[in-house]
Design a protein around this ligand. Structure first.
Ligand SMILES: C[S@@+](CC[C@H](N)C(=O)[O-])C[C@H]1O[C@@H](n2cnc3c(N)ncnc32)[C@H](O)[C@@H]1O
Length: 341
């Protein structure tokens, strides 16, 4: 081993990694303070923004220094702040808003768990249950209703970015019914039903999630007569006989559970049904850095994972399916189409 001193830039690089919680916390604080909504089209000073959001002016200037270093807001000219694409996306009403995704990624209950990542890696198991006395989804839906709503909205925001691309690619010719398993609030299902006027759909998710589904799918909603909302646990059963099953970002569980979910659908599927899986691969595509972070979060919280490409294809085959195609949806998602052998 060399006895030379590490270079200054190496030390600051590693320190920046180790202090990256400050970046996450800064973005969260921008959202919780409502900074993106407080800043309009005209530049504003830190003092003006502090008055608008009810903050300590000098402390807010320090927060803005952190945020602008990541391109969230810009300082132009000195002590005048303006929006950037990133800061605009923090607004709730932005078409590509990431407000709830930011809140979801930085929920206060998550921070202490990160401290136990080494333990999770040592055991290969989640640390959530030991900390909170219940498994994640049970805790979320019984104790943390506000966090549960943030989760649902975050998933919907994430899906808004890819729903059109998924709908463009999804092969639905000849299909009369589709089941969106773990379909969240039903944004993708709603998009598909709007595109295909003859198509009928099932939205399956946990009871609390289905109860807060997209208004278009609820009784009285414009798509309601073509939808059945199916509250339930897809690890136990999938109660929907369909021609196409969509599993978008729900196989982030261990391999055995992923196989079980696919088999539960296969048990009730119509002959020749297609299984369509949309997932991030942790080892393939430009989105893999983000997927690697989500993978660790899933390990900590649910003992789950973002699969590798080969790992997910193996899961699909273990379920008794034959992979027909694997295609990129966007920079972070892939679509796998499979049918029974
Ligand atoms: C990452 S989100 C993806 C939601 C949606 N498919 C999308 O892409 O926006 C995972 C979804 O799976 C649901 N889920 C988790 N465990 C489930 C289970 N055992 N049965 C049914 N749904 C479940 C969650 O409530 C959540 O809506």
């Amino acid at each position: 081993m060399s006895s030379a001193m590490p270079s200054e830039s190496l030390v600051s690089d590693v320190m920046e990694h180790a202090l990256s919680a400050a970046c996450a916390a800064s973005v969260r604080a921008a959202v919780t303070l409502g900074l993106a909504e407080a800043l309009g089209d005209d530049p504003a000073t830190a003092d003006e923004l502090a008055t608008a959001v009810g903050a300590h002016p000098a402390a807010l200037r320090r927060l803005l220094r952190s945020l602008t270093s990541y391109g969230v807001f810009a300082e132009k000219p000195a002590d005048f702040y303006v929006h950037t694409e990133k800061s605009l996306a923090l607004r709730e009403d932005a078409p590509d808003s990431v407000k709830y995704l930011v809140l979801w990624c930085t929920e206060p209950w998550l921070w202490p768990l990160w401290g136990d990542l080494g333990e999770s890696v040592r055991t290969g198991s989640e640390v959530f249950t030991r900390t909170h006395g219940r498994r994640f989804y049970e805790q979320l839906h019984t104790e943390w209703p506000e966090s549960a709503r943030i989760f649902d909205r975050a998933m919907t925001q994430q899906t808004r970015l890819s729903a059109t691309a998924v709908a463009d690619m999804l092969p639905l010719s000849g299909a009369a019914t589709i089941a969106d398993v773990g379909g969240g609030q039903g944004l993708v299902l709603g998009t598909l039903l709007e595109r295909h006027p003859e198509l009928r759909g099932f939205l399956l998710d946990l009871p609390d999630v289905v109860a807060n589904a997209d208004a278009r799918l609820h009784p009285g909603g414009e798509l309601a007569d073509r939808v059945r909302l199916v509250p339930g646990d897809c690890l136990k059963e999938v109660s929907a006989e369909a021609d196409v099953y969509l599993f978008k970002n729900i196989l982030g569980v261990d391999d055995d559970a992923s196989v079980r979910i696919l088999r539960n659908a296969m048990k009730v599927a119509r002959p020749g049904a297609r299984m369509v899986i949309v997932e991030n691969f942790v080892d393939d595509g430009p989105g893999r850095k983000l997927a690697a972070a989500m993978d660790l979060r899933m390990l900590l919280v649910i003992g789950g994972q973002k699969h590798t490409r080969a790992g997910l294809l193996k899961v699909v085959e273990r379920a008794g399916l034959t992979v027909r195609s694997v295609r990129p949806v966007d920079s972070s998602l892939h679509m796998i189409e499979a049918t029974e052998m």
